[in-house]
Write a protein that binds this ligand. Structure first.
Ligand code: SF4
Length: 355
């Protein structure tokens, strides 16, 4: 038995070594999925998936050079640029998202970082979207301390800022901001009291040791991100990664399973790239511990399977969308989860498709 197989998997740890992570990746596929599923069931209702909708509030013309991104002004991808969306239009999108079952509304702007003049608009968006009864998330690039505090004051629940890949491979993908810049923004978000959404992209030509390095960085943060998006590269024509070779889908599933094992209480999210995945591959991802998806017609600027197709898949798999609950404190969260997990343990093993 390897060192990885002897680890107490449900423990929250922040001291992973790359060797240990690589040992998880090297487990036989069935053993890895079984372990991930055990960890998943210890902390979550295995038949619930959180649903978020993503809205691009400012599209294209980004000064950064992220090699995968059609929104970078440096690549000719034919993307239509759009200025910062009016608050009323954002609210229209948020109402539609809520009506189609989303519980979290994520707003993304293609900026290196927000400017001072943008802050009143984005904070107003947060306040008004929250007033609709949705959780809010934003991704606006790098933040300074004041901006993080302003967003937290407005009531922003989550801030997304991805590490993208390992510290070692990062320079192959982005040169206009450093890995350290990203870690600092994540720290500011945490210090301001918001929840962290941070993950990466798989299939950008990195090796398994880089995928292990990315997950190690995320899991060894002082607190695990509450939300961990694992994206599959979408090869957009005109970007430097358009000719990248396809990744073995099982390697993607392994990545989900390893993320689940290393960050047992985080929501692991299937994000960009889901459109190219078959229903069977998405199902394997849920089995590996993914329990959050982006849903809606567009994922920023790349396609996303239509919302009702997602709901049909949920129906075929007996998955329910996770409801948005407002809890008084952590103890209430734990109590709710414990009762759901107990229900799950008492439930019959086989899903009754006739119900
Ligand atoms: S990923 Fe974000 S920061 Fe990078 S080019 Fe795209 S929009 Fe800009």
């Amino acid at each position: 038995m390897t060192a990885a197989q002897q680890m107490p998997f449900s423990k929250i740890r922040h001291d992973w070594t790359r060797q240990q992570v690589l040992e998880l990746f090297a487990m036989p596929f069935n053993d890895l999925l079984f372990t991930a599923q055990q960890v998943h069931r210890t902390h979550f209702d295995a038949n619930r998936v959180q649903v978020s909708t993503l809205c691009s509030i400012k599209t294209g013309a980004c000064p950064e050079d992220c090699a995968y991104c059609p929104q970078s002004a440096r690549y000719d991808t034919g993307l239509e640029r759009e200025k910062l969306m009016k608050v009323e239009k954002v609210l229209e999108e948020a109402r539609a998202a809520k009506a189609s079952g989303a519980t979290r509304f994520c707003m993304g702007a293609a900026w290196r970082s927000p400017k001072k003049k943008d802050m009143p608009y984005v904070t107003q968006m947060v306040r008004e979207v929250k007033a609709l009864g949705l959780e809010t998330c934003m991704t606006l690039g790098m933040l300074n301390d004041d901006q993080a505090a302003e967003l937290a004051d407005a009531g922003l629940d989550y801030y997304n800022h991805n590490l993208d890949t390992s510290a070692e491979y990062y320079g192959e993908i982005i040169t206009t901001r450093t890995y350290q810049d990203r870690l600092e923004t994540l720290d500011r978000v945490r210090q301001a009291g918001m929840k962290v959404c941070a993950g990466g992209i798989i299939g950008m030509g990195e090796g398994e040791k880089d995928r292990a390095g990315l997950l190690m960085q995320l899991a060894n943060l002082p607190e695990h991100p509450e939300s961990v998006p694992i994206n599959m590269l979408v090869k957009v024509a005109g970007t430097p990664l358009e000719q990248e070779e396809d990744l073995d889908p099982f390697e993607f599933i392994r990545c989900i399973a390893v993320a689940r094992i290393m960050m047992p209480k985080s929501h692991v999210r299937l994000s960009a790239g889901r459109e190219a995945m078959s229903d069977e591959m998405q199902s394997l991802a849920f089995l590996a511990g993914a329990n959050s998806i982006f849903y809606g017609e567009k994922l920023l600027t790349t396609g996303n399977p239509e919302a009702n197709k997602d709901m049909q898949l949920f129906g075929r798999l007996g998955i329910q969308p996770e409801e948005y609950q407002q809890y008084a404190d952590e103890a209430e969260v734990e109590a709710d989860l414990t009762s759901r997990i107990a229900e799950q343990e008492n439930a019959p093993y086989f899903y009754d498709a006739a119900k």
